[in-house]
Ligand binder design. Sequence first.
Ligand code: HEC
Length: 147
Amino acid sequence: MIRKKKIAIGLFLLFVILQFYPINREVPTVKPSLDFLSGLEIDRNMAKQIKASCYDCHSHETIYPWYAQIAPLSIWIQGHVDNGKKKLNFSEWGSYSINQKRHHLEDCIEIVEKKWMPLKSYMWLHPEGKLEETEREEMINFFKSSL
Ligand code: HEC
């Protein structure tokens, strides 16, 4: 009994200490002129869908839900955002070379086709980011038309 109590207290303390784990959420100011969606003649619904499905991890416009403040969830979520942005950042689209842009668009097409993105864990908590079959196809076609 006492051991269980000690473990419970230990876990609780760990949880409390984790809350002080520093997370860097600083982002540069968004420059609309560099943004992927601002430079394109784009259907409003498509822009909205891409923002809802991709921008939380692939832009400087991440909208953090309340539970993203709570460790260890916060650490895990920030990991997705950092890694996602490192690979592809729609807020810095304008600074990519033509080759990089083409490469990213080809990746986007493949990744959305194979349903790797948006990440599954993301869609559980962000149903608005979920892609129905037709929405998936429309997004693929949109990326193709931007190539
Ligand atoms: C919950 C966060 C999250 C969401 C939402 C998300 N991604 Fe990602 N994405 C990532 C992470 C993390 C990686 C890096 C994966 C890795 O390194 O293995 C990644 C990688 C990618 C890559 C690969 C880049 C490369 O060079 O390897 C592409 C392309 C991509 N995502 C496109 C998208 C598109 C398009 C959407 C929206 C339909 C989207 N992602 C939504 C987190 C996310």
